[in-house]
Design a protein around this ligand. Structure first.
Ligand SMILES: NC(=O)C1=CN([C@@H]2O[C@H](COP(=O)(O)OP(=O)(O)OC[C@H]3O[C@@H](n4cnc5c(N)ncnc54)[C@H](OP(=O)(O)O)[C@@H]3O)[C@@H](O)[C@H]2O)C=CC1
Ligand SMILES: O=C(O)CCCC(=O)O
Length: 485
């Protein structure tokens, strides 16, 4: 990796404003998913270091929350500027550890930075309320205050934006934080910490504990059980979200959980076909299909099914697969062998149940963790991807006849994160948008993510919202003051 500022590539954790190693001296290697080369290593920390990070966040809390919102915003704005200034280096680090194409990584840096700017601005709008008193001599006021010390556990698919989407609102609200980044992608998190240090964010306000997949259980256990930690924010699978929720129950923490999805992508007969093909391509193959809001089931109305299948699979065949650093690459490697195995299992299951392969269907000639962008037609409800998130570059096309039928199919899942549909009839647009049981609905678009809107799901897709003014609420508690005069 050739970085303009080599000091952004940190191989140590960040606790109480100090770069540090594990107490045991143990470290864990980090690999590039595009070529299996070792990029470096990070400390393999456990319970003791996590407890120290929590203590540091607790110690930093009073002075951080007592700053004015404008003062906290000044730190965040400096951090935001530095993230943008180092966009190229941050994207290089991200592509090296995660695999996504460099252009997508650059986009993620901008997206991630946008949360920092947004919440720096929102910090100044944490308004309270005055209530008409219930008695003549009573004056009632509601103020909103920082929740306290927050723990954040983030996944590997968006190594930077999933961090800023949690850290920025927490810091803006006056909370301090302990972050455990995904074991596969710690370097983006540590580069963010290096820039937070440069921005002058005080010691202990942001702490990062690194661990491998085994030790991360120990870190998670301490974060969830500590009474000093008042909130947990997690992005990842539903099963782990449930586990963490249970672990947090004895200390009754506030929770934000952004969990799995199984997004339906519906194309009605009256849709703009080219726009629908372009939207499906973007939604399905962004980050090689490793996105919780990726289209997982593509439903196409029978009148345009064949035309859509032909145009879509022709476009998919043109997608350029390769290392993220190669110019022109549109689809990078998967994150690990388990992800590859899941795509293969879903494909095999579909083919064994009557699915027809339109393109792709095997590991890419590049070998390693690369898989060909794949399309299957004649998909039906008995196939695994109808119920489970594939999290890879496999697009199943389901055929449907009626609007009511497709709404029922789209909603027949435990998940409720994102849904998409393409249609032109205005009455249908409203009917379908209202009937879909999802936290977010893309209408004639395959890309819905922005810092200004509330991102989050219902049902087994989680609790709470990130981004937008609602994202700040998650890090605030209400306090009601009743004053006798
Ligand atoms: N909503 C989303 O954006 C994401 C959804 N997923 C879904 O989950 C599937 C599996 O992916 P996977 O990466 O294993 O997702 P997980 O939900 O297992 O992991 C997400 C993050 O949580 C951490 N974690 C898991 N268990 C604990 C624990 N007990 N204590 C502390 N941290 C913990 C993981 O670290 P560690 O690796 O050490 O366990 C990782 O950093 C994917 O195929 C996809 O369907 C995955 C990632 C993101
Ligand atoms: O997969 C995720 O959890 C993050 C979704 C990225 C986005 O905000 O679009």
């Amino acid at each position: 990796m050739q970085l303009k500022q080599a000091s952004l590539f940190r191989q140590d954790a960040w606790i109480q404003g100090q770069w540090c190693q594990a107490d045991s001296g143990a470290s864990t290697p980090i690999y590039n998913p595009a070529n299996a080369a070792q990029l470096g290593s990070v400390p393999n920390m456990g319970a003791d270091e996590t407890a120290r990070a929590i203590a540091a966040a607790e110690a930093a809390l009073p002075s951080w929350r007592n700053l004015t919102a404008a003062q906290r915003a000044t730190y965040l704005k400096r951090w935001h500027q530095l993230i943008l200034q180092h966009q190229a280096d941050l994207a290089q680090i991200m592509t090296a550890e995660q695999g996504k194409p460099l252009a997508e990584a650059e986009g993620e840096v901008n997206y991630g930075a946008a949360f920092v700017e947004w919440f720096a601005e929102e910090a100044k709008r944490v308004y309270g309320e005055t209530l008409p008193g219930h008695q003549a001599d009573k004056r009632l006021v509601v103020i909103r205050q920082a929740v306290g010390v927050v723990a954040a556990i983030t996944p590997w698919n968006f190594p930077l934006a999933m961090i800023t989407r949690k850290v920025a609102p927490a810091l803006a609200a006056g909370c301090t934080l302990v972050l455990k980044p995904a074991p596969q992608t710690p370097f983006s998190a540590l580069a963010l910490a290096a820039l937070a240090e440069e921005a002058g964010i005080p010691a202990g306000v942001l702490n990062i504990v690194t661990a491998d997949a085994e030790k991360s259980r120990e870190v998670g256990e301490v974060l969830c059980s500590s009474p000093s930690v008042r909130k947990l924010s997690f992005t990842g699978s539903t099963s782990v979200g449930i586990h963490l929720m249970q672990a947090c129950a004895p200390s009754l923490k506030k929770l934000s959980l952004e969990l799995g999805g199984n997004a339906p992508f519906i194309v009605f007969d009256d849709a703009d076909l080219d726009a629908a093909v372009a939207g499906a391509l973007l939604s399905k193959y962004r980050n090689a299909g490793q996105t919780c809001v990726c289209a997982n089931r593509i439903y196409v109305q029978s009148g345009i099914y064949d035309a859509f299948a032909e145009r879509f699979s022709a476009a998919v065949q043109k997608l350029q697969v390769g290392p993220g650093t190669e110019p022109g690459t549109q689809v990078g490697p998967l994150i690990n062998t388990a992800a590859l195995a899941k795509v293969e299992a879903h494909l095999e299951d579909a083919l064994s149940k009557g699915g027809k392969l339109l393109c792709g269907g095997q590991r890419h000639a590049l070998g390693g963790l690369f898989f060909e962008p794949t399309v299957i037609s004649e998909a039906h409800a008995a196939m695994r991807f109808a119920r489970e998130e594939t999290f890879g570059p496999l697009a199943p096309l389901f055929r449907f006849e009626q609007e009511e039928e497709v709404i029922a199919l789209a909603n027949a899942t435990e998940y409720g994160l994102a849904a998409y549909f393409y249609a032109r009839d205005l009455s249908r647009v409203w009917r379908v948008a209202e009937a879909l049981e999802y936290g977010m609905v893309g209408i004639n678009t395959g890309l819905i993510s922005t810092e200004v809107a509330p991102f989050g799901g219902i049902k087994s897709s989680g609790l709470g919202r990130e981004g937008s003014r609602h994202g700040l609420e998650e890090y605030l508690e209400m306090k009601y003051l009743c004053m006798q005069i």
